[in-house]
Ligand binder design. Sequence first.
Ligand code: SME
Length: 167
Amino acid sequence: MFDIKVFDGMKTEEKYETMLSMLKSIVEDEEDIITNIANAAALINAIIGRVNWCGFYFIKNGELVLGPFQGMPACTRIKIGSGVCGSAVKDKKVMRIKDVHEFKGHIACDAASNSELVIPIIKNEKVYGVLDIDSEEVGRFTELEELYAEKCIELLSKYIDWEKLSK
Ligand code: SME
């Protein structure tokens, strides 16, 4: 059972540390990859909070294809180098965008999104996809959200064979 109330009264950093330990207990007990990624999207969405979209894209046949997520229906395919997600893959770097309307080439999936955090999923220097988090708030994501979103991906990488999701 998941009870969001356990986070009541916690400071942000404590909440994010608890999110990491919950993520670990979710993935270490389950071997199905889609199950784990779907639960990861739900957990990150709920705990980071003030987020309107949170999910994964994975590289298949040279483009990003939508994976498990929380939020409104989204663009199904994104070319490498396009938008915030495609740029994170091309440059192999985290993209933390204060105001997406100032990012040239931003792809608007949910019109409500104003800021975005994209973490590339990289293992042994190969990029497999991204974790994408959007918020309606301009400047929602700080270094702290970036740090913990990266920690979530590091943790997932220990348990998930990303190779099985790409073609
Ligand atoms: N805004 C992203 C597209 C994905 S959606 O936000 C879910 C981008 O520019 O790559």
